[in-house]
Design a protein around this ligand. Structure first.
Ligand SMILES: *Cc1c(COP(=O)(O)O)cnc(C)c1O
Length: 376
């Protein structure tokens, strides 16, 4: 086989992105909610799919009004912010929402900016839409450095700024004192700011959502997903709230009928069961806080987390720690700055399995934390 397809130059030799999908007992690697939908919810979803099946000869509602209405109602309850359904948009996962944002607002000759450590998919959306990519940095403690951001925006004049809050992989949420000036700065150069709130429902008490800033900043986009707290990763439904001009721009680049009738039916049915699907969020937040305490107590450096995962370290050989855990049936994620690892928050028994496995490999001398100030 000597024939090669005419792959774009910048895509040659690149491996498809994705965390390893391994069949192990304790899966704490992709920040899923460990609790599946209950029987009532599953039955309602099945009924909605059955109803949708009777009209599958027809294309679905291209504007998916019922679903957007449901998402708008959910946002009002969750965050206290009223966003009319016309200002809500959805796609197959918030990954597709963000790709659409870059299709509309990025492109050749334009630049997207984020601040590392940040979500590893952002540079891929940029690459796939031929948008320039620039990554600034966060502070040592993963806090946001507004002065550095100002300088970087001034230098590169990005049309899109992408920021997860809470941040993946660190778990750090952005305060409004950062988001508001960033929006103003970006607006002055004609750019949009995307606050990716995939983990918003896990934020600690008193941490606000960027949704509260939406009314004041027409260039602000807040993305959300049903994949994490909402326990619906398999359904592939992400969404955004933004000003009308932003939603109208995305409607230009979306593929016709991009949300299938089945997806719309599943997501709308799931929204009717929001209280039960989100019913374990309080427990997961408590489990997260226990995990942070436990790791700190064991001498690890641990980033404060407003999400359903914890970044901890540092290790001279993080791969050996990751492998040691995997050998004991616990899959976590080798991601983030060198020397750090990320563990998703699972059930109490999964977290117990994780800490037992970690203590066990530490007894074997592998998972010893580096002392701060020492070099890896
Ligand atoms: C998991 C995650 C998402 C969600 O992706 P979906 O496509 O909605 O499943 C978005 N942003 C970040 C930072 C994430 O970690």
């Amino acid at each position: 086989m000597s024939w090669l397809p005419p792959l774009r130059e910048e895509l040659r030799g690149i491996e498809p992105y994705g965390a390893p999908q391994l069949d192990v007992p304790v899966q704490l690697n992709v920040n899923e909610n460990p609790y599946p939908p209950d029987a009532d919810c599953a039955a309602d979803i099945a009924g909605a799919v059955l109803a949708a099946a009777t009209t599958l000869n027809r294309y679905p509602d291209r504007e998916f009004r019922a679903l957007r209405q449901g998402l708008s109602e959910y946002l009002a309850v969750e965050s206290g912010v009223a966003v009319p359904w016309q200002q809500v948009w959805a796609a197959n996962g918030s990954n597709e929402v963000m790709l659409q944002l870059l299709q509309a607002f990025g492109g050749p000759g334009r630049t997207a900016v984020s601040f590392a450590p940040t979500y590893s998919m952002y540079p891929e959306y940029a690459r796939d839409t031929a948008t320039g990519w620039v990554a600034g940095r966060r502070r040592e403690d993963f806090g946001f450095d507004l002065e550095h951001a100002e300088a970087l925006l001034g230098e590169h004049r990005p049309s899109v700024v992408l920021l997860p809050s809470p941040n993946n992989p660190t778990g750090t949420a952005l305060p409004p004192e950062v988001v508001a000036p960033l929006c103003a700065m970006a607006a002055a150069m004609g750019g949009v700011v995307v606050i990716d709130e995939a983990y918003a429902e896990f934020r600690r008490d008193g941490v606000p959502s960027a949704l509260e800033l939406l009314a004041e900043h027409p260039n602000l986009v807040v993305t959300r997903t049903m994949s994490k707290a909402f326990a619906l990763a398999g359904a592939r439904l992400g969404y955004l709230a933004a000003s009308q001009p932003i939603v109208d721009a995305i409607r230009v680049v979306r593929l016709p009928y991009h949300l299938s009738a089945v997806t719309q039916a599943v997501a709308s049915a799931a929204l009717r069961h929001a209280p039960s699907l989100l019913g374990k969020v309080a427990e997961l937040r408590a489990e997260r806080d226990r995990c942070v305490e436990l790791l700190r107590g064991a001498g690890y450096a641990v980033a404060d987390s407003d999400a359903n995962f914890v970044l901890f370290g540092r290790f001279a050989d993080r791969h050996a720690v990751w492998q040691g855990l995997l050998n004991r049936g616990v899959l976590i994620r080798e991601t983030g700055p060198d020397g750090w690892l990320r563990v998703s928050v699972g059930t109490a028994s999964e977290m117990a399995a994780f800490s037992t496995a970690l203590a066990d490999i530490r007894d074997n001398g592998v998972a010893t934390p580096l002392l701060e100030g020492s070099q890896s």
